[in-house]
Design a protein around this ligand. Structure first.
Ligand code: RP5
Length: 162
């Protein structure tokens, strides 16, 4: 299977988007990351999705900030599921990114995650869950991740005064 494709509008998005890569890595899912801008390299956006279709990419994760058209434009070129991550922006802290990504018109779907690091990590998790629906090895890794997380919460669940 081809790696999950992690696309982002700018290299400046990578500190956020690497959380998706890290989650996929932890869950044993291959990934590949690349900068593709909806506004600065629209031609590359189309050819990247054509290549992804040919390669059999299972899921695309796309992060962008501000007028964040990347996930929606990618989704317009493919039937591969696209998960959008709103990257925090300087002026509006990512609210602009969130609204740009989440408000897709009916007929072209983008699954939108939370703003920032948590959203990027959850995009990786969700991509692994999609792959886990047909790959038992990845499903087992997701289940182990959940069990570990549960244990960590239980271990720190008793609160006391200093
Ligand atoms: C968007 O513009 C990118 O996704 C990034 O979040 C934002 C700023 O890009 P740079 O000016 O840092 O390249 O297209």
């Amino acid at each position: 299977m081809a790696p999950v494709l992690i696309l982002m509008g700018s290299k400046s998005d990578w500190p956020v988007m690497k959380n998706a890569a890290k989650m996929l890595e932890d869950l044993g899912v291959a990934w590949q990351a690349q900068v593709v801008s909806a506004h600065r390299t629209p031609d590359l956006l189309q050819t990247t999705m054509q290549q992804a279709e040919q390669d059999g990419v299972p899921v695309v994760i796309a992060g962008a900030g501000g007028a964040a058209h990347l996930p929606g434009m990618l989704a317009a070129f493919t039937a591969i599921p696209v998960f959008g991550v709103p990257v925090p922006s300087k002026q509006l802290k990512g609210l602009d990114s969130l609204l740009s990504i989440v408000q897709m018109p009916k007929g072209v779907a983008v699954g939108t995650l939370a703003i920032g690091d948590a959203g990027a990590a959850n995009a990786g998790l969700l991509a692994a869950q999609v792959i886990g629906s047909f790959d038992p090895t990845v499903r087992a890794k997701v289940q182990a991740f959940r069990a570990h997380q549960r244990e960590q919460v239980l271990q720190g669940s008793k609160l006391e005064l200093d």
